[in-house]
Design a protein around this ligand. Sequence first.
Ligand code: 5GP
Length: 195
Amino acid sequence: MTDKSKITPHMLIVCGPSGTGKSTLLGHLLSHRQTCCLSRSTTTRAPRGTEQNGVEYDFVDIETFQKRIENNEFAEYANVFGNYYGTPHEMIRSTVEEKGLDVLFDIDVQGARQLRAQYPGVWCVLIAPPSFEVLEKRLRSRGTDAPEVIERRLNTARQELAQTDLFDFTIVNDVLDVSCSQICALYDALRLRNR
Ligand code: 5GP
């Protein structure tokens, strides 16, 4: 028999440049599978729009974040687009041990590498655009970012997509229904894993 206590908790990192539909796919998975939840990160960036402290993120100032780094409170952290983001160890522990849920992470590639180093059984999936041209078109048509921000996002996207060694799986998000089925299938397979 497999000793289930030795298995890394079911953890799935979902990476992908903005504009690939990562949040939509995560939302689909969360609404179709009741055994998982999204890890809530801590960040130094200011809340946007209707975002609330303790819901989308735990919003803290830079001094608080730095203190938590010194206290070794983060399983991973990174500076993304000029702001700090991190996953508290406590978030993972309470989700797995107290709630008994699997954990999904919406984090960048720097954080994904750090988590993978600590939890060898964690799976990492890249949500990729059908092509770079499509990604550029999606970002420009959203109309939410200034041209220089779009340029920066595209450069980051290029670097992220090139890190092929990091990703165990790739979902090319072309037809949304297909990608939704694929992320659910991937999560279901993760739960069947033996090591
Ligand atoms: P946003 O500010 O748009 O919510 O997120 C910006 C980027 O930060 C996204 O690519 C998101 O995946 C990443 N991010 C969010 N939380 C974390 C985290 O805890 N750690 C790391 N490394 N990246 C994160």
